[in-house]
Ligand binder design. Structure first.
Ligand SMILES: [Zn+2]
Length: 192
């Protein structure tokens, strides 16, 4: 576990914590108002052991519990209150923020949408590329489920700048074991 306190420029007192997961070590940071970032480090899961020897703020604690619950059974989080998010991007009126909030509120465990459908749901069906951009800027993957956004062709699309395709596939299978058994699922991030 890593814990450090740094003064954020928006005066948030950030703490961070790492925890192991089936998709590798996760690094979380957040203040007492909510989570700021979740980073999938791509380090092997057994490199870190989570232990709470330093008092984490309540929001980060809740996020750790939420993630542990998600990885033990994806469906279990549907009955949990999602952890608060305090990353500045989510608190703007930008299209990216609207896309990310829409994704979190309306695309639940086991569901997928295309980039185009998500653009439409966020109020601008022509903004498909902007949706791709919002996915790349998502500060809290897993919590805001950008892994549930696929190409309308059925291709799996991008994840973590193309490095995380296997993780995306793993997450989708974790949520819905029958998913991705169709042959057209090739990795081709065309954001269409
Ligand atoms: Zn904050």
């Amino acid at each position: 576990m890593r814990t450090d306190m740094t003064e954020h420029r928006t005066a948030c007192m950030l703490q961070s914590v790492s925890l192991p997961s089936p998709v590798g070590e996760l690094l979380l940071s957040g203040c007492e108002k909510g989570v700021h970032t979740i980073t999938i480090t791509m380090e092997t899961a057994h490199s870190a052991v989570y232990c709470a020897d330093v008092e984490l703020n309540a929001e980060l604690q809740q996020c750790v519990l939420w993630l542990q619950s998600y990885f033990s059974s994806a469906d279990s989080v549907t009955s949990l209150t999602p952890p608060a998010i305090h990353h500045p991007l989510l608190h703007t009126d930008s299209f990216s923020a609207r896309v990310l909030r829409t994704l979190q509120d309306r695309v639940s465990v086991g569901q997928t949408v295309s980039y185009r459908q998500l653009a439409e749901m966020a109020g601008n069906e022509r903004a498909v590329r902007a949706v791709g951009g919002a996915m790349r800027r998502n500060p809290v993957p897993l919590l805001i489920p950008c892994h549930r956004v696929l190409c309308s062709s059925g291709a799996i699309g991008g994840f973590m700048g193309g490095k995380g395709t296997e993780i995306k596939r793993w997450l989708l299978q974790h949520e819905s074991p029958d998913h991705l058994k169709t042959p057209q699922n090739v990795s081709n991030p065309d954001y269409s």
